[in-house]
Design a protein around this ligand. Sequence first.
Ligand code: SF4
Length: 290
Amino acid sequence: MKILVSFSGGKDSQACLIQAAKQYGTDKIEAVFCDTGWEHPDTYQHIKDVCCQLGVKITILKSKYDFISLAVHKKRFPSTNARFCTSELKMKPMIDYVLSFKESCIIIQGIRAGESTARAAMEEECMYFKSYFQPNKKGKTENYRSKDVKKWCSQYDASVLRPIFNWSAQQVIDCILDAGQKPNPLYYRGFSRVGCFPCIMCRKREVLQLMKDEPMKQRLLDAEHIMRKKTERGSTFFPPTYIPRYACTNRKYPTVEDVFRYVTDKNATLDAFEPEGGYACMSMFHGLCE
Ligand code: SF4
């Protein structure tokens, strides 16, 4: 039986990894990190450091695309309503990995009910491939490699465990500190989530923080330049309503430059309201987008 711990480099999955190491033994578990090619260099380092300190094997999964080449392929950046970044860069590589096993497995995810109403509605334990068998609210079932999934499920079992489901954020931090570790250094710089850098759902305050990191600031500017060069119509990273229209150079939708200008304006309104569904990535499959 394989025991996989989804590890994003965020605090919740780090606490899960520490707990799993204690409960099952470091040689019995494996940390799995889905690399989008769009994480912060400090997150990559943190992931290596945590696994090395614990003595846990790390498996890095990659899609044939990274965040930018996927956006070029799709001719647009992902958005809250078209979150193909999660499905292509995280969900599919993880499903491919699970299907490569000739044995059952447990997938441990660091999801906490306290994070959002949507997460609170999830279960503490469930079948990993549940959405292939039970239709969602729209009456649809998952279809990626569905024949392979059903065949695999006829022989093996994949269960999801969320051992810190009822933990508070403080319990998570205590667990990390008690193990002699530190959370991802990005938290200390004011980021509340440490997945893709930045995530398409990042807060404006986080953009302001990101601007202090010159290589990351340039990378984000370059991302839109690449899209303008490689696709006919280009695409903007932030959604049309991310900042008021008056602050957009074209009065329609913001470029990264517009957003940078807006968030540094002393009159800017930063994150007055949380978007519907919160800021977190909600795919049931990975628990990897913090
Ligand atoms: S962290 Fe954000 S940008 Fe990255 S895969 Fe998840 S939703 Fe997409």
